[in-house]
Design a protein around this ligand. Structure first.
Ligand SMILES: [Zn+2]
Length: 431
């Protein structure tokens, strides 16, 4: 299985005459992509092969001075844009008739660029090959040293203000997938990620709700304020949005948790099981935004983003990921298969048959594990009579019903669960 990571490196400021070549190149490339996207969306073409078959000749005639492979990569670029636009349009999520081609990076394939050595590349243009120096950084060396290989595809983006190019390089690695010896089940919630590892449910507090809603309202305030004064497309607004660094902060949380969870699974030779997100993850949401469609969109994206980060990390470690149907995962008692009754807005419920107390997120991870162990995706799972590797699943003590809470301050600075839990114990002892 191939795992890929993109790394961005910069060039030093280019001499004016070189930079001008890239400005011209970008202009031609953008024009090709714009025309292709328009055509693809009008005709409903999402396939790269079909788009290329239809338009290749035309593109070659349009810019005969360009190396021919730019016609390929422009088709790839355009079909990716068209595909995602058509998908959104199908869901009724777009207002415009055609997608706007705002930001352009020039896609390169193995005919259009070459690596000379680890710190210099060359790019084919309408003015011949242009050599470029790239400035490596820590992350870049990390991939190089850990024997990741450079993929044939790359992208460049112009930074007009400082006359630099941003070079997007892709590193790839082949990893082996192992047959799982067990499962770590992971449930993503509004305010935590809960992972069941060998009978202990760890609840990693994320405060995702506050982060997401906080950003949402801040964005809205900025929007309202600046749209009135500067118009919808103002630069000031965009600059402020960038300052919020919303994406980076969310990504940081995701990577850290994904890292901890995946490493635990990898250490044990386990697979990861998560729920297939449906159309209405309603019962996961405690908080209510009045606009239900918007609420749905915001949180669905956030849940999915967390799952994707885990998937991505898992691929890197050769850990497999299983998705199961989540129906009733937090409603039925994992031991008795009977209903769990939750109080108003409460995360704690009581089993109708056994009378024992359950934390909703703990119930969910146990049930996810059970579904995965049965392997048939059936609902109404029960722990009774269930054996893993010949030994019964440990769920006797009441402690198993309660999650081990891991506050953000603890996991955020550490890489492994052991390290996190050690400092956790130390803090508890000090209290
Ligand atoms: Zn029960």
């Amino acid at each position: 299985m191939r795992v890929a990571r993109t790394v961005v490196v910069e060039t030093p400021p280019l001499p004016r005459k070189f930079f001008r070549v890239f400005v011209e190149l970008e202009g031609m490339y953008r024009n090709m992509v714009e025309q292709l996207v328009l055509h693809a969306v009008r005709e409903g073409i999402a396939s790269f092969t079909r788009l290329k078959a239809l338009k290749y000749r035309e593109l070659r005639n349009l810019y005969p001075q360009l190396p021919s492979h730019y016609a390929y990569t422009a088709c790839q670029d355009a079909s990716t844009r068209a595909k995602s636009f058509l998908k959104l349009r199908k869901k009724g999520l777009v207002e415009r008739e055609y997608p706007e081609v705002n930001s352009v990076s020039i896609w390169l394939d193995d005919h259009l660029w070459k690596a000379n050595d680890l710190t210099s590349i060359k790019v084919a243009t309408h003015k011949g090959w242009i050599p470029l120096e790239v400035i490596p950084h820590k992350q870049y060396w990390k991939y190089v040293n850990k024997s990741w290989k450079l993929a044939s595809e790359a992208r460049i983006k112009l930074d007009r203000k400082s006359r630099k190019l941003l070079v997007y390089l892709t590193f790839v690695k082949e990893v082996e997938e192992h047959r799982p010896r067990g499962f770590v089940s992971v449930d993503v919630n509004e305010n935590n990620v809960t992972a069941l590892i060998d009978g202990t449910a760890y609840l990693f507090e994320t405060d995702m709700k506050d982060i997401i809603l906080g950003y949402y309202y801040r964005r809205k305030r900025v929007q309202e304020k600046y749209d009135k004064v500067h118009g919808i497309k103002s630069r000031v607004k965009r600059k402020i949005f960038r300052k919020l660094r919303e994406r980076e902060k969310k990504q940081d949380t995701r990577w850290k948790i994904a890292n901890i969870v995946v490493r635990e699974a990898s250490k044990r030779g386990y697979a990861i099981v998560m729920e297939k997100l449906g159309r209405r993850p309603g019962e996961k949401m405690v908080f209510r935004i009045r606009d239900s469609q918007l609420r749905h969109r915001i949180f669905q994206a956030a849940f999915r983003g967390m799952q994707e980060a885990i998937e991505e990390k898992a691929r890197e470690y050769g850990v497999s990921v299983v998705y199961v149907n989540p129906r009733n995962t937090s409603r039925l008692c994992p031991i008795h298969g009977s209903k769990i009754v939750y109080g108003n807005e409460s995360r704690i419920g009581k089993c109708e048959r056994g009378g024992e107390m359950w934390h909703r997120d703990v119930v969910a991870v146990w049930n996810l594990l059970l579904i995965a162990l049965r392997g048939d995706g059936s609902i109404a799972p029960s722990l009774a009579g269930l054996f893993v590797d010949g030994s019964p699943v440990p769920l006797g003590s009441t402690a198993a019903h309660d999650p081990t809470r891991v506050p953000r301050a603890l996991w955020a600075r550490r890489k492994s669960l052991d390290e996190t839990m050690n400092s956790y114990k130390m803090i508890r002892m000090n209290i």
